[in-house]
Design a protein around this ligand. Sequence first.
Ligand SMILES: Nc1nc2c(c(=O)[nH]1)N[C@H]1C(S)=C(S)[C@@H](COP(=O)(O)OP(=O)(O)OC[C@H]3O[C@@H](n4cnc5c(=O)[nH]c(N)nc54)[C@H](O)[C@@H]3O)O[C@H]1N2
Ligand SMILES: Nc1nc2c(c(=O)[nH]1)N[C@H]1C(S)=C(S)[C@@H](COP(=O)(O)OP(=O)(O)OC[C@H]3O[C@@H](n4cnc5c(=O)[nH]c(N)nc54)[C@H](O)[C@@H]3O)O[C@H]1N2
Ligand code: SF4
Ligand SMILES: [Mo]
Length: 742
Amino acid sequence: MTQDKPTYCRICEPLCGMIATVDGDRLVSLRPDKDHPLSKGFACPKGIAFAEIVNDPDRLRHPLRRRPDGDFEQISWDTALAEISDRLLRVQRARGNGSIGWYFGNPATFSTGHTLWTGIFMSLLGTPHVYSAGSQDVNNRFVASHFLYGNPVAAPIPDINRVDYLMIIGANPVVSHGSVMTSPRIRDGLHAITARGGTVLVVDPRHTETAREFDWLPITPDTDALFLLSLLHVMFDEGLAGEDRLRQRARGVDELKATVAAYAPEVTAVRTDIPPERVREIARSLVSTERAAVYGRVGTSLGRTGTLTTALLDMVNLVAGNLDVVGGSMFGDLGIPGQRVGVAALQRVSRFAWGRRRSRVGNMPQVLGTAPASLMAKEITTPGKGQLRALFVSAGNPVLSVPNGDELRAALDELDLLVSLDIYRNETNARADYILPATTMYEREDFLLPFQALFTTPFKQATEAVIPPQGEAREEWTVINELIGALARRHPLVGGLHLGNVIARRLGCPITPRVVSDLVIRLGLGGDRFGFRRGGLSYRKLVEEHPHGVVVADGLAPGQLSKTVTFADRRIRLAAPEIMSEIGRLGVERDERYPLLLIGMREIRSENSWQHNAPMLLRGGRSHAARMHPDDATARGLGEGDLVTVASRHGRISLPVTVTEDIKPGVVAIPHGWGHNGSGGWTRANAAAENDLGAGGVNVNALISSDPADLERLAGMANMTGVPIQVSALTADRAVNEMAEY
Ligand SMILES: Nc1nc2c(c(=O)[nH]1)N[C@H]1C(S)=C(S)[C@@H](COP(=O)(O)OP(=O)(O)OC[C@H]3O[C@@H](n4cnc5c(=O)[nH]c(N)nc54)[C@H](O)[C@@H]3O)O[C@H]1N2
Ligand SMILES: Nc1nc2c(c(=O)[nH]1)N[C@H]1C(S)=C(S)[C@@H](COP(=O)(O)OP(=O)(O)OC[C@H]3O[C@@H](n4cnc5c(=O)[nH]c(N)nc54)[C@H](O)[C@@H]3O)O[C@H]1N2
Ligand code: SF4
Ligand SMILES: [Mo]
């Protein structure tokens, strides 16, 4: 007998409602939930295909241990945990807590237990070796907010439901479904803007899927900061800025004004390739349209000055009068009493506050307790106190996702202990000593804390697990509890936590992610405040009475800045010296040998490196290719499908080229997450994208530098966009050599 259970998808940020059809312990299929108040029957192919991932024969179902010959053998959980604990203790005794590290990848964010437990465990250990996908994604956002608002977790989001002029810069929501913004049916949301007579302008080097549906303004990669400085220039120069009001809300207006004076649109056009008149027109529209917003994402994060660029996005919104107002760029509200005071106190005392801790290699500042993942390899290979010796990798595939994967792959072999928690065997855990099988999202209950302030329509949904763990899979936080137990006797803080866990369990009220989530739900927007707010929400109520989720407010509330800014005068800082000094880095010396600029792109039927194995997503064949403009192709004698070598100062890859008008001349786009190399799992992914060079595609991050000197300075962001490259035809004998290297 099958049963339909409402739940939601946790692959990417809209968290679309899903109906899981379950037969006993088996997930039969997934379909979009028509009764979900926001996604209203929408789900993308990745979401639907997830049933194939849950049931994938390639999925990990048992703990594995690496044998001396490199192959893996199945072992029991007891053996795995006992051996891992033992080896971890040995490393800890010999080298200290600071030799233990953790990298958590993108899917960890979609599991409250996973993120919380990892964070708590590592911070109690006090190790600086905590890494995440954030330094390849969004950490610059936190640092920009730290300097602007004194609040690293404040993230303004566009008021999609009410905005009338939206400038999207460096994001492709029609494919990505929106990021740092939880807005189901985002494509419809954007079309609604134009349907009500508004404008959606997409500033992007590529004529993306989003740009094709709206207005496209091409820009030279990694020149967004210059463009934004020019927008500010025009706003001040033409007296559009409403300076009195601005001064009430912000400090540093004069410094900002003086700085942007040098960036007239005519000056920056040489670099951005945006006609000055267009810049003036956009600046005026942003000011004169009552409901206008600028929104940027990955494309504005991975340049050489991602923190500056993101800070400038907020400054443009603020100066144009569009920050924290209806229809503009707004702050979500958790609705938890004392949230501002709490963040302010943490900023003051916590070692997680920006700049309190710096990395051993490269002297880079930590961001929310994490160091740049680009440094992991060198932290492993550089001897000395604090050398990284034991590493856990959970829900991550850094060998493909961080710069210079080859360097990292080789470094992983030098570790005393490498443990992976994953649902698959991947290119990273191919080097692990142990691989532990994790549950997928449908095998765990969840209420996603990290996304609560990012919903463009305030919304809450909690789910039960829809099926039990498959095979011997376990939830990450329960595994972390075991590790905490293992280190308890050797470390007072970890010991304290372990003792707390044991006592709570004895008392029959174990500390679980659900308990923590329940607390946040009850204290937050729409919560029952433990009985003080009648009819309010709790975890149980959400699951039992609102299985499709519930909208908790009509729209985002304006006027959140006073709850967001932690500085005593509650005014935004526009001229933090750290941010301003980044402007000095905007100049570039072009290297004639690398005349083209590399950018990234995401594909609709793929999620980073890990959805290349689902038959539904591979239908019709998939290939990995570099996108290039016909002018650039002709100049190099290249045609559609030709094999090329792409080289940067840091590495070289070979793959086929696709010639397309949908990209700015001089720019080449290559998707990341490819480079599957037959590591034992992902049989279909390894075989897919087959071309004359082999299968599985190539790892574009071989072109990206992991040198600390090449990282963005304030957040340690990897520089993955606007990277100078050269492209040339792959000659027959070169191809033979490349094949030999595979
Ligand atoms: N289908 C699918 N969806 C996904 C993912 C996926 O892999 N596949 N990944 C998820 C993840 S992890 C994330 S973080 C989000 C990301 O969500 P988005 O940021 O919306 O997605 P991207 O496709 O990376 O969009 C970045 C855009 O920036 C452009 N760009 C590159 N360099 C520059 C530049 O210098 N300036 C400007 N102005 N634009 C530039 C690129 O052409 C691209 O269109 O997507 C999530 N959703
Ligand atoms: N060149 C370039 N590189 C990039 C980017 C780019 O735009 N360009 N984007 C960057 C961005 S935004 C991101 S987020 C990173 C992603 O980087 P990573 O997070 O390191 O890599 P993913 O490919 O997302 O790998 C996720 C892994 O988690 C596993 N997994 C899935 N679900 C679960 C689960 O529930 N539990 C556990 N334990 N494991 C699970 C999958 O099997 C897979 O092995 O890549 C970054 N790298
Ligand atoms: S857009 Fe697709 S992958 Fe993302 S949450 Fe919705 S269904 Fe899942
Ligand atoms: Mo990401």
